[in-house]
Unconditional design. Structure first.
Lengths: 221, 735, 77
């Protein structure tokens, strides 16, 4: 099995993501630089980590979404390779169009770092099958632009197709229908604002994020 | 060439005597570039001319100190071949003028001080002092400073794990923004600033140089007028994205053997970095100003030397390493330019367009810079507190204090900081000290910042002692062994003898405490002239504010304690004698509007013994929750523990037979902790063996309220509403 | 009446956002760009009686940070 973590200038959760992957899978991922035009051969899982790619200038994720490596990630996603985007990674996935919608400035206008209670809405995907549907889990959030918005038709469609993976129990950032994470139609691309890689081990005070990786690696490898 | 007139000399913040000294040192009149360089190097910020004499008296050594003051940051040994590198620095004046960028660039500057030495930054802290919350400018300043600290720290990916915030009218016109960074490095891969090797290339990396903050360094040390808004164009803009790239590029280059010396360009930019590198290495330096990467057209050598553009570093490389280093910086999309070389002869020589525009000996710039023994008068000892008030309604007073600016929850602030990036934050903001695991180990660093300016104002010496002691206590309360401190000494105009007296008094107290606690000072920064000239010609000085940043070590992060009550029916104890000292307390100020009396005296021997006792109890698992008693006293400490744990308490203090109930409940006597335990017998035994006063206070209760002596009580919900409500209410609607 | 306020960084003030956009454009192969400066446009829908002077006051007090930014007001019917 092989994982890859994509690193953009300004990514800052790349090492945390790598630690989480290594802690759960026992194998360190390949770190892939944004200018690369190829993924390492045989990659079976791609993570796009959080941070401030290109300083979040222009729009969060906008410039990273136009990097050379993204074309390759898109092809892999289309072939069915699981792709997880966390925080800035989620913003990048919406900017690439791999996921619908956009992440706007938090309703409070403030950066918000806190614990978030989430309801698992879809426990059938490769990422979420380690949870029970309807279960409440706790995963930290830390973002300025986490307010998920799209038009009502798209919201109805993704709700209907079971593409909403996680929903906030409290209003964290003003997201439409409390959406915290969404899947693509095929279920192999997940974008989420909360940071599962910060809830992996005892030192984090909470291990609810670990089950996402455990479930994923069980299915993929 | 510009003629140097007395007006130009004065504009550069130099006195006529200092100018004469320059002329004597170089044997001729300086040109404008040279004058600019002298003005920067002889500013308070770079030369410490008013403070150096007294700073020398501070204890800076211990077996675990690898590098004390004098380098970019202090370095201590944390075992296993690893070192912690840390420092605190002020960015007060820029933050008042442009709060977002002022605070942001303050964070950027202190980060560079730490990663310059080879450390990956692992934690940021900040110590903030604002004026009265209802001052017309204050909401704007608070919002901007907090957003700026968050904006920079969050983007570079260094967790902001804690800090402190005070309000006092003395800061109405001069807020304080002190930022601290802690980094971790391999102890055998620490990078210093001493340039060596004649002929070695001097390399400039990072952002380009613009006309940012020219005169910033001299401004930072000049009196602060009410019309300082006129000085606005000197504020520089930070780019945390570039800083993040600079961190990664520098750490990548540091993993090779290419670097001889490295220094960040902070306030005073290219001037102080090049002078300090050459001076520390005992060599000379030649820079070709045509090669400095510039952002704007037509920049003069004077502007290049004085620019405070951010996110830049200066390095001396080993010969032949230029291409390899250049490739790393280009990968990270940063500028890289060889701009000069190390020379013999101890001169700084600058050339521009084929001409020598500066040629001055380095000695007078740094080592032989002015040093003043400013006259000072000792602060008179405060009169004893007369008319000690008692509390008519203990719970009403508690509620008022918990919702007051002094004690209200700072959640609104720290929720805007990413406190967890790095995935090593074991204890987040809101506790006594932050606990950050050293990546890949079981070790953790305890980090805290503390100072009680109202104590320092009333009695500088006791206040200085207390600031050190409180960091010692906060580290002990989480189970960390206190190792060393950094400081940021914020004072008003040192040319006023009473202000200089505050400075000297605080330093004496700090030195005494550091010596008694085996807790040396390894780095620091001095910020003077923090005062505002008012319309009537008088001056409003800030309270003397020697902010202290303490760092301690836990061998095992799992053996750290937090303040939250953990479970019902645990026994609560006071470690230390029954409190009774009301002078300068939060109770006196917030409930009675009085700032009077002496601050609580600090018994350093008790601090040490009680700290050791608490740390041992934590290590042995004898205690389940620990909290130090400071602002607000015993009942406030208990209320904070109850709120953090969502757990009430049934308190019985009848036995304590207090002369004055307010003094017992709200007195701020030092060297005290509250602990809870499930094993009271073992704790009592340990206290008895060690001769530690241990007083039972009551029991934790799952009933959602705090009850005192069976009759006074208050619901936690009510207390929480007061405690959490202050900041959101104050800041509502502020952008 | 509407007012369109354009806010730009003053000349000489570092524009991190513009710099990053410039880099990204170059990365996409657009070589014909010398410099990029980013700003903001704020549209105000004004109540009757509000004047350009009022908008100017709004700019100075809130909309622009005159430490580092310039602003221009365009009144649109």
């Amino acid at each position: 099995m092989k994982s890859a973590v994509i690193v953009f200038p300004g990514s800052n959760c790349d090492r945390d993501m790598a630690s989480a992957i290594e802690s759960v899978s026992g194998r360190a991922p390949e770190m892939v630089w944004h200018r690369d035009s190829d993924l390492p051969a045989g990659v079976d899982f791609i993570a796009i980590p959080g941070g401030f790619s290109y300083g979040d200038y222009l729009r969060s994720g906008a410039m990273a979404a136009r990097s050379p490596i993204i074309a390759v990630v898109r092809e892999a996603a289309e072939r069915g390779t699981p792709v997880l985007g966390v925080c800035n990674g989620f913003q990048i996935l919406t900017e690439t169009g791999l996921l619908p919608g956009a992440l706007m400035r938090n309703k409070s206008m403030h950066f918000t770092c806190r614990d978030a209670a989430l309801r698992v809405e879809n426990a059938r995907s490769v990422f979420t099958h380690g949870y029970d549907e309807g279960e409440t889990i706790h995963v930290p959030v830390a973002h300025h632009d986490g307010n998920y918005q799209t038009d009502a038709d798209v919201l109805d469609r993704i709700e209907g197709e079971g593409q909403v993976a996680f929903r906030y129990l409290d209003d964290i950032n003003g997201s439409a229908r409390g959406i915290a994470g969404i899947l693509n139609a095929k279920g192999n691309v997940l974008g989420m604002m909360p940071h599962p890689e910060r809830a992996i081990e005892k030192a984090h005070g909470n291990m609810d994020g670990r089950r996402l990786f455990e479930g994923l690696f069980e299915k993929v490898f | 060439m510009t003629e140097i007139t007395p007006e130009i000399v004065a504009e550069h913040g130099l006195s006529p005597e200092e100018y004469d000294r320059i002329v004597a040192a170089i044997g001729r009149e300086p040109n404008l570039v040279e004058l600019g360089i002298f003005s920067v190097m002889w500013s308070e910020h770079c030369s410490y001319k008013s403070s150096r004499l007294h700073l020398k008296k501070l204890p800076t050594e211990a077996p675990w100190v690898i590098c004390g003051p004098g380098e970019n940051a202090g370095v201590i040994d944390i075992g296993d071949g690893q070192a912690a590198i840390f420092k605190m620095e002020s960015h007060n004046h820029p933050s008042y003028i442009e709060p977002y960028q002022g605070a942001a660039t303050g964070v950027g500057g202190i980060l560079r001080d730490v990663f310059t030495m080879g450390a990956r930054p692992v934690a940021n802290m900040n110590a903030l002092r604002f004026g009265r919350p209802d001052h017309p400018k204050m909401r704007h300043l608070i919002a901007g400073v907090v957003a700026g600290i968050g904006g920079y720290g969050n983007c570079v990916g260094v967790p902001t794990v804690g800090g402190e915030t005070n309000f006092h009218r003395a800061y109405d016109g001069n807020i304080l923004v002190n930022a601290m960074t802690v980094g971790v490095a391999d102890a055998d891969r620490i990078f210093y600033s001493a340039a060596t090797g004649v002929g070695n290339p001097i390399v400039y990396v990072g952002s380009k140089t613009g006309r940012d903050g020219i005169h910033g360094a001299t401004m930072a040390s000049a009196d602060f007028d009410e019309d300082s808004e006129e000085k606005r164009p000197t504020v520089q803009v930070g780019d945390p994205f570039t800083e993040k790239l600079l961190i990664e590029a520098c750490l990548e280059l540091m993993a090779t053997d290419a670097i001889v010396a490295i220094q960040d360009m902070g306030a005073a930019g290219l001037t102080s970095s090049s002078v300090e590198m050459a001076t520390n290495g005992g060599v000379g330096i030649r820079l070709d100003m045509d090669k400095v990467p510039c952002r704007e057209e037509g920049m003069t050598p004077y502007e290049m030397m004085l620019s405070e553009s951010q996110e830049r570093m200066l390095m001396v490389l080993k010969p032949g390493k230029e291409e390899m280093a250049k490739a790393i910086f280009e990968k990270w999309e940063l500028d890289f330019a060889v701009i000069g070389e190390v020379t013999e002869g101890g001169h700084m020589v600058l050339t521009f367009e084929g001409e020598t525009v500066c040629d001055i000996p380095l000695g007078p710039l740094a080592d032989e810079a002015p040093e003043y023994d400013r006259p000072y008068v000792e602060t008179p000892r405060p009169a004893p507190l007369e008319d000690e008030p008692d509390s008519k309604d203990v719970m009403a007073d508690l509620e008022a204090m918990m919702g007051s600016p002094a004690l209200a929850s700072r959640r609104w602030i720290w929720q805007q900081y990413d406190s967890q990036v790095g995935a090593n934050t074991v204890q987040k903001p809101g506790g006594d000290a932050a606990v950050v695991r050293v990546h890949g180990t079981t070790k953790a660093l305890g980090i805290t910042t503390d100072c009680t300016p109202r104590y320092c104002f009333a009695d500088p010496r006791e206040g200085g002692k207390q600031a050190i002691a409180e960091t010692y206590r906060n580290l002990s309360a989480v189970g960390a062994r206190p190792l060393a401190v950094t400081n940021c000494l914020n004072f008003a105009n040192p040319q006023r003898p009473e202000i200089m007296g505050q400075f000297v008094g605080c330093l004496e107290g700090m030195g005494e405490a550091c010596r008694a606690l085996d807790y040396p000072i390894v780095s620091g920064n001095v910020s003077l002239y923090n005062e505002t000239r008012l319309d009537d010609g008088s001056s409003m000085a800030i309270l003397p504010t020697p902010a202290i940043g303490g760092v301690g070590l836990l061998d095992d992060w799992e053996k750290s304690a937090s303040l939250a009550f953990k479970a019902a029916d645990e026994q609560i104890f006071l470690v230390g004698e029954t409190p009774h000292h009301l002078g300068q307390s939060v109770f006196l100020k917030e409930v009675h509007g009085r700032e009077e009396g002496p601050p609580p005296p600090v018994d350093l021997e008790l601090e040490r013994r009680h700290g050791e006792f608490v740390r041992t109890a934590i290590g042995e698992g004898l205690v389940s929750a620990v909290h130090d008693i400071s602002d607000g006293g015993l009942l406030v400490a208990l209320a904070e523990m109850a709120l953090a744990g969502g757990m009430g308490a049934d308190l019985h203090l009848e036995r304590l037979n207090a002369r004055n109930r307010a003094a017992m409940l709200f007195g701020e006597d030092q060297a005290r902790y509250v602990v809870t335990t499930t094993d009271p017998d073992a704790l009592r035994k340990s206290a008895k063996e060690n001769g530690i006063a241990l007083e039972p206070l009551g029991t934790t209760r799952d009933d959602g309220q705090i009850t005192l002596d069976g009759n006074d009580s208050i619901a936690l919900d009510r207390l929480r509403a007061a405690h959490e409500g202050f900041f959101p209410t104050l800041m509502e609607g502020e952008l | 009446m509407k007012a369109r306020v354009t806010i730009t960084l003053k000349n000489g003030v570092l524009d991190p956002q513009g710099k990053a956009i410039h880099h990204a454009l170059e990365g996409l192969g657009f070589s014909g760009v010398e410099d990029v400066r980013a700003g903001k446009v704020i549209e105000l829908d004004l109540a009757e009686g509000a004047s350009e002077d009022d908008v100017d006051a709004m700019c100075r007090k809130l909309l622009a940070n005159t430490v580092i930014e310039n602003y221009a007001i365009e009144m649109v019917d």
